[in-house]
Design a protein around this ligand. Structure first.
Ligand SMILES: [Zn+2]
Length: 362
């Protein structure tokens, strides 16, 4: 049983294949890495397999952004206990922050210590080269985000990534339409802020999927990145989501997997906790109501991205720990509670919002 649900795609290719100079990473240089045999890898699960099961079971996969050990541990522990399949996302910003090799090794540890299926996905790849690097490193899925380009150019860039990815047993997520909010450089948050978005058009979505060959599609239906998503009470355009899904179905593309970015709910209690302990988040924070995510899930949004809520959970716990124990200076005393808070949040998401608890071994 254990491990049989994973395919043999190796996330842990020899490090030399990633084009990274060992001497730049580790003071011990290449010798340290040479001591590891090339066959020493843990297999990841393919998102193709996870998506097919999620569509059939009408649940969504949580795609959680990671950039450090505590985040990763909190996410994986929650999903392990909930028996939930998991997608870990790494953005360009996370790779720059933590170094791709550190992230790989951290995930390798997480995979080896858990039994649940885990896929690794590049969030908001902005160039062919970045996508290629991740494919070469063994990611099971990459996103190429050329949604800021005109339609034809978006198709052309996606097409190139798809051709390379499919040759290497990797799947590709594209995006059509443009989300309001921060995008690109830091994955689900950060980078340039765009005030003007435009929604995904159902007919264009069909054309885009056909022409680009992408395996899943991120849609813009009123979702946005960051903690300040809406002015006042607003909702996703769920009718548009249904229309996109139907158009793809009518075009013979089947139960096509759609992806929802910027799907954090920005819980008020987390924002209040941050502000209670010295934070200065504005009163105009707003996320996607969890009831909307429920409907999106039932309509066929197979992958739901969550980053901002993880950041809020960590920040709330760290601020509280500092306020409660101002004399404390052991990082474990504030990073530990942060990890616990992340775990609680992820447990809530997979159990109550995404409904993927108990589906790890479908
Ligand atoms: Zn995103």
């Amino acid at each position: 049983m254990g491990g049989s649900h994973r395919d043999s795609r190796s996330f842990f290719l020899p490090l030399t294949a990633s084009g990274i100079k060992m001497s730049e990473i580790c003071p011990m240089g290449a010798e340290f890495f040479k001591s590891k045999p090339d066959t020493d890898f843990m297999p990841l699960t393919h998102t193709k397999e996870l998506f097919a099961k999620a569509l059939k079971g009408k649940y969504a996969l949580g795609a959680f952004n990671v950039n450090n050990m505590e985040l990763l541990q909190g996410i994986v522990e929650a999903c392990e206990e909930e028996k939930a399949p998991l997608m870990l996302q790494i953005s360009k910003g996370a790779r720059q922050y933590a170094n791709p090799v550190y992230l790989k090794k951290l995930i390798e540890a997480a995979v080896s210590l858990s039994n649940i299926p885990i896929a690794v996905h590049l969030d908001h790849g902005d160039t062919f080269e970045l996508c290629k690097d991740c494919i070469d490193e063994g990611f099971t899925s990459v996103m190429i985000d050329a949604s800021h380009e005109p339609f034809e150019k978006n198709v052309e860039i996606c097409r190139r990534v798809v051709e390379y990815a499919h040759k290497h047993d990797c799947v590709v997520e594209g995006e059509l339409g443009h989300l309001v909010g921060a995008q690109f450089d830091d994955g689900e948050e950060g980078g340039n802020y765009s005030r003007s978005g435009h929604y995904t058009n159902p007919e264009e979505a069909v054309k885009f999927v056909r022409m680009s060959g992408v395996d899943s599609l991120a849609v813009a239906i009123g979702n946005s990145h960051g903690a300040y998503k809406f002015k006042g009470e607003q909702h996703l355009d769920l009718e548009r989501l249904k229309a996109i899904k139907q158009a793809l179905m009518d075009a013979g593309l089947g139960d096509y997997p759609l992806v929802l970015h910027g799907a954090s709910s920005v819980p008020k209690d987390l924002v209040e906790e941050i502000n209670r302990y010295g934070g200065k988040m504005g009163t105009d924070t707003a996320g996607v109501p969890e009831a909307d995510i429920e409907v999106a899930r039932r309509t066929g949004c197979t992958k739901v991205n969550i980053d901002t809520d993880l950041r809020l959970a960590m920040t709330a716990a760290i601020r509280k720990a500092f306020a409660d124990n101002p004399k404390e200076f052991d990082p474990r005393k504030f990073l530990g509670p942060a990890r616990t808070k992340v775990k609680e949040l992820v447990r809530h998401k997979v159990r109550n919002v995404l409904c993927c608890s108990g589906h790890a071994f479908d």
